[in-house]
Design a binder for this molecule. Structure first.
Ligand code: FSX
Length: 398
């Protein structure tokens, strides 16, 4: 086993490419380079000096989880204390850490987007969804990060394990990386057994999850697929898709601290809130996760200790048996309860664990599924989608 180190020049070049992918401004790029330049010379083991270092891998999914996170936009008027602190850019101040110069239009005025979070609060050290870089330079850097350990491994998407995991290949790294419980889920290529050509290792998602979880301080499963298996693990699945907890702890016995943030997709605030609470010392991953690994009072149920339906504006407005009868219109401005036409709001979780969609809403507090005449599919529920299926039934004579 051996590791690669990349030069500072290579890494900054890679960062600049990542920054472009994130839509960062030139000022952001300079800020990122300045901050990291001070921290990463010759790949110092402690680099980067961020508050939370994240390696992000993606398995079997639809891409919705990445989309939701990358659309995060903080609201400085958010009454939730953690989100409010993040929106007002006070995290570093609270932790007594010197903040880097804030770019015009960001930070102080509360206009924080995902780029600001990446710069100021977490460092996504490796994540192929947000990297413009690809190939050996980026993946050798991943191997170096793994050797240093102590990062948070973020998983979105389910982990297919049938066919030795080959339904989902995630990356390839020069060298022979065999030698652990991941061996059945990687392929070591040896193109020239008698010569000097380097071997390389192809990782499936199943192999990568085990390889990276080994040195991780904690694992965060983002979305219902990573948390419970979700749609890839639904009845009829041929891939053998598993959740992060099933694969890492139950099947492979790794006993890792695993936090689940379900939702298909999860609201970006649930993720940012969980990360923020952890950084601020308000969330102890050893004691504040429920029996299914959900952070209490953080990822969901930020506001309410009651049931999901309590906050639904359609509650108490009557319960017609047709979709048409439930719809919002001039005579029913709030719409009517969708329970008789398949709404699964009652399944989204018990007290302190339920999604807060009715009050938080989506797309920067604009609307939510039920508000748009769509019965809730219970996407945060561990039984989703089988327990809440079928989503639609053909009506007779239509
Ligand atoms: Fe699953 Fe996420 Fe639903 Fe999609 O990564 S939770 S199918 S929104 O993208 O995994």
């Amino acid at each position: 086993m051996f590791s690669y180190k990349i030069t500072r020049r290579q890494f900054l070049k890679w960062l600049s490419a990542s920054a472009v992918a994130l839509g960062l401004s030139q000022t952001d790029i300079l800020k990122m380079e300045k901050r990291l330049e001070a921290a990463i010379t010759d790949c110092d083991p402690d680099f980067p000096s961020s508050l939370a270092r994240v390696i992000w891998i993606t398995g079997q999914d639809c891409g919705g989880c990445a989309t939701t996170i990358l659309n995060y936009l903080a609201d400085p008027a958010d009454p939730d204390p953690v989100l409010n602190v993040i929106a007002k850019n006070k995290v570093l101040k609270l932790l007594d850490i010197e903040a880097v110069t804030t770019a015009p239009g960001q930070g102080a005025d509360g206009n924080i987007d995902i780029a600001e979070v990446v710069l100021e609060i977490v460092t996504i050290d490796w994540g192929y969804i947000v990297m413009a870089a690809s190939g050996d330079v980026a993946n050798q850097h991943l191997a170096t990060l793994r050797e240093h350990g102590g990062y948070v491994l973020m998983i979105d998407g389910a982990i297919p394990i049938n066919a030795s995991g080959k339904y989902c290949q995630v990356f390839s790294i020069p060298g022979d990386w065999s030698g652990g419980i991941w061996d059945s889920y990687i392929t070591v290529q040896d193109p020239d057994p008698t010569g000097v050509a380097l071997k390389r290792t192809d990782f499936t998602m199943a192999g990568a999850a085990l390889w990276l979880a080994t040195n991780a301080a904690a694992v965060v499963c983002l979305g219902t697929c990573a948390s419970w298996g979700g749609i890839p693990a639904a009845k009829g699945s041929v891939t053998g898709a598993k959740s992060g907890w099933e694969w890492i702890n139950k099947i492979n016995g790794m006993k890792k601290v695993i936090a689940n943030i379900p939702g298909c997709p999860p609201h970006p605030d649930w993720f940012i809130h969980t990360v923020g609470a952890y950084i601020l010392g308000l969330l102890n991953l050893d004691t504040d996760l429920d029996y299914k690994g959900r952070p209490r009072n953080t990822s969901t149920a930020i506001y309410s200790d009651q049931f999901f339906c309590r906050d639904c504006t359609r509650r108490d407005m009557g319960m017609p048996t047709t979709i048409r009868g439930c719809q919002k219109n001039a005579t029913n401005p709030k719409g009517k309860c969708l329970a008789k036409v398949g709404c699964n709001g009652k399944n989204v979780g018990s007290a302190f664990l339920r999604a807060d969609c009715p009050t938080r809403k989506w797309n920067n507090h604009t609307n939510w599924c039920v508000g748009n005449n769509m019965p809730c599919q219970g996407c945060t529920d561990p039984g989703f989608p089988d327990r809440t299926s079928p989503f639609y039934k053909l009506l007779k004579n239509t």
